[in-house]
Design a binder for this molecule. Sequence first.
Ligand SMILES: [Zn+2]
Length: 123
Amino acid sequence: MQFRMHVKNQDKDWWEEMDKPTVTDLKTAKQTAKDIVQYYNATLYHGDKPRVLLGVEMGGAGKRQHQWRKMNLTTIIGRGGQFYDIVCCSDCGCKGKRFGVSDVKRDRAWRAKKWIVCPDREE
Ligand SMILES: [Zn+2]
């Protein structure tokens, strides 16, 4: 079953989408999320930052996820050598930077909590 976990480290917080067949309800989702974070913290690689679990919700963001469109043609290398893409939601116009495959950091104007999911895609 799909669930999402809200996690943070010392720099930022974000949601991670999970899909585990062993999760059947919120209770098992919470336990699984706890185990994932605990395991992550127990197996940190050099430079990894410990994570804290903030919350768990059932269901993926699914339809309510921003529809990120890549705006730049080639991946940008930022300060510190991090690669990222500039992305823009085709529904609500929210903009951000996408690091890696799915880790989008919303720009300052869209940093508020309500933009975690796409406001133009109410279910
Ligand atoms: Zn959006």
